[in-house]
Design a protein around this ligand. Structure first.
Ligand SMILES: Cc1ncc(COP(=O)(O)O)c(C=O)c1O
Length: 380
């Protein structure tokens, strides 16, 4: 969760400049710079800044022409926003289980593809990549676009590349809990020029920003919405981007401290990470097969004020098993969701995610890792 930890005078100065120069109103100077620098960091041709990660996913689906009657495949472990974006364009979410990587179980993907499938959204949850090579291979075979939800893994890599350029479209979030934060904000990246132009138009009421006309006489070809971001958000984003390499580096140091301690414990498994992936390392996730032991460990962690990250403290907002309200139209009941996601439940209920803080002294991380390890060892 490092972005917010590093907010300091540099962001304050950048925002003050907006007030000093009276550039508060949307004029795009900083937004354009943020987009350009983000695209360069990621290695993508185009980047379009929007108001949130949720908006980014919705815009991507809208601009792919996805509508009522279409199906979009995603995974059971995600933030609820992924599903909200799907249902908000009128499409039907087809949600498949996660495996021991806590991301999309690729073995389930192909059998859920139908004639109605119009997009696949793999989610790179808690800093770890979904199996992108396998997912893209299947998607290519069926000619289905892939829209990554990379809201939680900015800074991770896939081979030598940044994670997020392997698919047709990638969506990002800069809310307060993300690798870098602008308070609220999002981005959509792609190498497809036509799509990037559609994203721009959709985020801005359909405005084509036609250079031949003043804004009041601007041309349009689609209707859109207001999903613009602001100069303030972009100014913060530009400063946060400068801190991203530091965040990635510092995450890794602390992750390795936890990893070294945890690997000494019998019967404990670390979350499986795909071979090609260098994760963001903003948390470390371990699991133990014995559910009773996990429950006891959690009670002890809570007594010692050791917090978890989403698994399990906010699991109700990150696991589709709890979202019968989203599946109302499909008439899928709570009981059916329980059954459908038994496999995901197995992995998620046995996992614990410990957050990593980049400003924490290494000595303090070592102390916490040892304390955590002692607690676990007393139950396994
Ligand atoms: C996996 C995932 N998708 C989408 C979002 C939505 O991003 P935002 O909060 O910027 O709308 C989030 C944010 O929590 C997320 O974690």
């Amino acid at each position: 969760m490092p972005g917010y930890e590093l907010i300091n005078n540099s962001e304050k100065k950048a925002v003050n400049e907006i007030f000093d120069n009276k550039e508060l109103f949307y004029n795009g100077k900083r937004v354009k710079k943020f987009e350009k620098e983000f695209a360069r960091y990621i290695g993508s041709k185009y980047a379009v800044a929007v108001s949130s990660g949720t908006a980014a996913i919705k815009i991507a689906l809208k601009c792919l022409g996805i509508k009522a009657g279409d199906e979009v495949i995603t995974q059971s472990f995600t933030f609820i926003a992924t599903l909200e974006a799907i249902v908000d364009v009128g499409a039907t979410p087809i949600v498949i289980n996660v495996d021991d990587s806590l991301n999309m179980d690729v073995k389930e993907l192909e059998k859920h593809i139908t004639k109605k499938t119009k997009a696949i959204i793999p989610v790179h949850m808690l800093g770890v990549a979904a199996e992108m090579s396998k997912i893209n291979k299947i998607a290519k075979k069926f000619k289905i676009p892939v829209v990554d939800d990379n809201c939680e893994a900015l800074g991770a890599k896939w081979g030598k590349d940044k994670l997020g350029i392997q698919s047709d479209i990638c969506t990002w979030s800069f809310d307060n809990g993300k690798t870098i934060t602008t308070g609220e904000g999002g981005m959509i990246t792609t190498n497809n020029k036509d799509l990037s132009m559609l994203f721009r138009e959709y985020r801005d009421h359909g405005h084509q920003n036609n250079p031949k006309f003043p804004r009041g006489r601007d041309t349009h070809r689609i209707y859109g919405f207001n999903f613009r971001t602001t100069e303030i958000n972009a100014a913060i984003g530009i400063e946060q981007l400068k801190k991203l390499n530091f965040i990635v580096r510092e995450n890794k140091k602390r992750y390795n401290i936890y990893k070294k301690e945890l690997l000494k414990i019998k019967h404990l498994k670390l979350r499986r990470i795909p071979k090609a992936n260098i994760p963001l390392c903003d948390c470390i996730i371990f699991s133990i097969d014995d559910l009773n032991k996990i429950k006891k460990i959690l009670i002890e962690l809570s007594k010692k004020n050791i917090i978890t990250k989403n698994v399990p403290d906010a699991i109700e907002w990150h696991f589709a098993k709890y979202w019968d309200h989203i599946f109302k139209e499909q008439k899928i009941s709570k009981q059916q969701l329980e059954t459908k996601f038994l496999k995901s439940s197995y992995y998620l209920e046995r996992s614990i995610a410990i957050p990593i803080f980049v400003k924490e002294e290494l000595k303090q991380t070592t102390k916490k890792a040892r304390e955590l390890s002692q607690i676990i060892k007393s139950f396994v």
